[in-house]
Ligand binder design. Structure first.
Ligand SMILES: *Cc1c(COP(=O)(O)O)cnc(C)c1O
Length: 404
């Protein structure tokens, strides 16, 4: 940054070999002449120059420096550098929301006549974006079962340019073999993008497993307290440059205030993800033993079908689980309605535990056949396990289950 002072060597810490928890706290920080310890927020739309010549040089790219906050903003850049460091990527583009990250990625890397392969089990708005808008621009999409490697292989066409998935899936916590799918993408000459929202880099590093791009809804665990919307795309300079191009022209960039909130989120991400995962495992084990529970989906349970795979590619199992109550929609709703503390909301990745009935909320738009194909029964409930005492979470759910 040309406009910041040269701090003494004492503060020019070299983070090249630093570990994750250190990067989460320190990567990307730059100090102003005020010497602030915490990261500064720069709530400014534009920047001034000392002369007409300096303005011309900055606009022309001959001089480093900020021009306008749709292009660059120091707080946003700090967030981008820190998240890129945590994901092990060269570059990061911060966005206004998770959906604008996925939008920018698709617009940057696909064009009319291209084909993409997408897991059937992706976030609902992702499917809407692809079906309602991307198709309008003549991008063809094939949906495949997340776990079916031969389906991924068979879906490849000459014009396939992008493979896209989330793992573990929502709400069933199915785990995709990221190494194997990255091989399929590579042989197809296509890019492989992973929505890493459920794991965050504290639990999974898709780039190290062969993905080319990672997308985030920072709205979830990266903030972790349900305050702000934001997103990001991470990858090589070469792949992120076109994404930045889309963002600068179309405009869904991250606000400096949100970037600052997310920076604070990143500093505690490791600790929080560990605590979310610990609570989720205790709750999953307890639910498994409960007589009114028919089935528990959590990739941290040793009898989960992809437990070994999850262990081999994730550092933590994450904070989201789902379970089926004995019965159907009526029983599932009764459990939801009998809780008194857990928030009834489809949001996730929050310090506060949330509960939702996917069949009538997040997956309510699907037809009965689509839901059945996706394995989402009316007896299914999804929990995003928060950071309250797990004993209190259990007690609240027990109220619901005891009502059956
Ligand atoms: C919430 C979510 C998104 C969309 O993010 P927004 O910040 O709400 O736009 C994308 N992917 C996954 C997996 C999500 O949970």
């Amino acid at each position: 940054m040309a406009d910041l002072p040269d701090w003494p060597e004492r503060y020019q810490s070299d983070l090249t070999d630093a570990e994750f928890d250190t990067l989460a706290v320190r990567a990307g920080q730059m100090r102003t002449p005020e010497g602030e310890h915490g990261e500064a927020i720069f709530p400014t739309s534009s920047y001034v120059f000392s002369s007409a010549a300096e303005a011309a040089a900055t606009f022309g790219g001959d001089r480093d420096g900020n021009v306008y906050s749709r292009y660059t903003n120091p707080t946003v850049r700090t967030f981008e550098e820190r998240l890129a460091a945590l994901e092990g990527g060269e570059a990061c583009a911060a966005t206004a929301s998770g959906m604008s990250a996925i939008y920018a990625l698709c617009i940057a890397h696909l064009q009319a006549g291209d084909h993409m392969i997408c897991s059937r089990a992706v976030f609902g708005s992702t499917t809407v974006l692809l079906e309602k808008f991307l198709r309008k621009f003549d991008v063809d999409i094939t949906y495949v079962d997340l776990l079916d490697l031969s389906a991924w292989k068979e879906a490849v066409q000459e014009n396939t340019k992008l493979l896209f998935l989330e793992s573990p899936s929502n709400p069933l916590t199915e785990v995709a073999d990221l190494r194997a799918i990255s091989e399929i993408a590579r042989s197809a000459g296509a890019l492989f993008a992973v929505d890493n929202c459920f794991c965050t880099p504290a639990a999974q590093l898709p780039l190290a497993l062969g993905a080319d791009l990672v997308v985030h809804s920072a709205t979830k665990y990266i903030d972790g307290q349900g305050r702000c919307l934001g997103g990001a795309v991470i990858g090589s300079h070469e792949l992120i440059e076109p994404v930045i191009g889309v963002l600068r022209s179309a405009g869904p960039t991250m606000s400096p205030f949100n970037a600052w909130v997310f920076l604070k989120g990143l500093e505690t991400l490791s600790l929080r993800m560990r605590a979310h995962s610990d609570n989720a495992l205790v709750l999953a084990e307890w639910l498994k033993e409960h007589p009114k529970v028919a089935k528990v989906n959590y990739c941290g349970l040793p009898d989960h079908p992809q437990y070994e795979l999850a262990k081999s590619q994730q550092r933590l199992f994450g904070g989201v689980l789902s379970f089926e109550v004995a019965g159907g929609r009526e029983e599932a709703w009764r459990v939801v309605d009998a809780t008194r503390m857990i928030s009834i909301t489809a949001n996730l990745g929050d310090t506060k535990t949330t509960i939702t009935h996917p069949g009538t909320t997040t997956h309510g738009r699907l037809t009965d056949e689509q839901r059945e194909e996706a394995g989402i029964s009316q007896a299914l409930l999804r929990i995003s396990v928060g950071l309250e005492s797990v004993e209190d979470i259990k007690r609240d759910l027990a109220r619901g289950l005891d009502a059956l």
